[in-house]
Design a protein around this ligand. Structure first.
Ligand code: CP
Length: 310
């Protein structure tokens, strides 16, 4: 089996069998990562450049580790210390890097559509590591992998995505992924942080955090993205935490177990209290761990390798 796409630009472009193949391959790589020697030679003939035009901790480290575990040659690029700071364009930057015979590009950019633009102009596989408020496909895949690991399947499960849906590429990629895999999805947050036509993606909308938590099996809690809000969309962080923050008291009141997820970085005390983030119900660090195996799977499959070769 192989992927139906040459690039991973978004979950929107994937068919369910692509997602199933990535998750299955990630499971095989997770097994590799439990071994004393956590490295395979699969991509020793492949060079990957990590082009990060926007800050990142988890995604950048996770991709770099995945590439190293696959024995790929990796090059790291940070826009702040590159010739972008002297005015070089995105295309010129990429073409110059590819002139050095790079096979794959992992790219994060603050502009929605930047990796799609690059994919049209250069001859290398592009992996979107987060583009503006559009998509963050590997985050959705690792979230889906982590939910499947915890619940057995996501098909038929009730998943709530809570918080700043409007500015969240994680929300959009999660919605596409979960709907393709047969989950029921509710988005919950203040009306100003929920796009008007989100229902057209097959999700339901709730403005009530307690009802949402009573309904769901999993709560994927998102960061309030103040850096993407031009104007204030709620009166204060304190008020946001009071009405939409997930805290211990709320979870005790609803008297049921809910799996808590967060893509990171967490605004502790705003969208999630520390006692919940650090509780046994939270699988936040499992998400981070699974990210390496999922990104290994994505790189491996986009490089055209077959599952039986692992
Ligand atoms: N989840 C996520 O994308 O985190 P980083 O911004 O640290 O990469």
């Amino acid at each position: 089996m192989s992927l139906s796409v040459k690039h991973l630009l978004g979950i929107k472009d994937l068919i369910p069998s692509d997602i199933e193949l990535i998750l299955k391959t990630a499971g095989q790589f997770k097994e590799v990562l439990q071994r004393p020697i956590k490295k395979v030679p699969s991509l020793r003939d492949t060079s990957v450049v990590n082009l990060f035009f926007e800050n990142s901790t988890r995604t950048r480290i996770s991709f770099e580790l995945a590439e190293k575990r696959l024995s790929a040659d990796t090059i790291n690029f940070a826009a702040s210390s590159s010739s972008v700071a002297k005015g070089e364009t995105l295309i010129d930057t990429a073409k110059n890097i590819l002139a050095m015979k790079v096979d794959m590009v992992v790219m994060r950019h603050s502009a929605s559509g930047a990796p799609h633009f690059l994919a049209k102009h250069i001859n290398a596989s592009i992996v979107n590591a987060g583009d503006g408020i559009n998509e963050h496909p590997t985050q959705a895949l690792l979230d889906c992998y982590s939910m499947t690991e915890k619940l057995g399947t996501v098909a038929g499960k009730k998943i709530a995505i809570i918080g700043d849906i409007m500015h969240s590429r994680v929300a959009l990629s999660n919605i596409y992924c979960l709907k393709k895999m047969g989950a029921e999805v509710v988005v919950c947050g203040p009306p100003t942080l929920i796009p008007k036509h989100i229902g057209s993606l097959g999700v339901n909308v709730s403005y009530n955090i307690r009802e949402t938590l009573e309904w769901c099996d999993v709560a994927n809690v998102l960061r309030i993205q103040l850096e993407r809000q031009n104007k204030p969309l709620f009166s204060s962080l304190r008020e946001y935490a009071m009405f939409y923050g997930v805290n211990k008291q709320l979870l005790q009141d609803i008297k049921k177990e809910v799996v808590i997820m967060h893509p990171g970085p967490i605004n502790r005390g705003v969208e999630l209290s520390s006692d919940v983030a650090d509780s046994d119900n939270a699988i936040i660090l499992d998400q981070v761990e699974n990210g390496v195996a999922v990104r290994m799977a994505v790189l491996y499959l986009l490089a055209g390798k077959k599952e039986q070769m692992i």
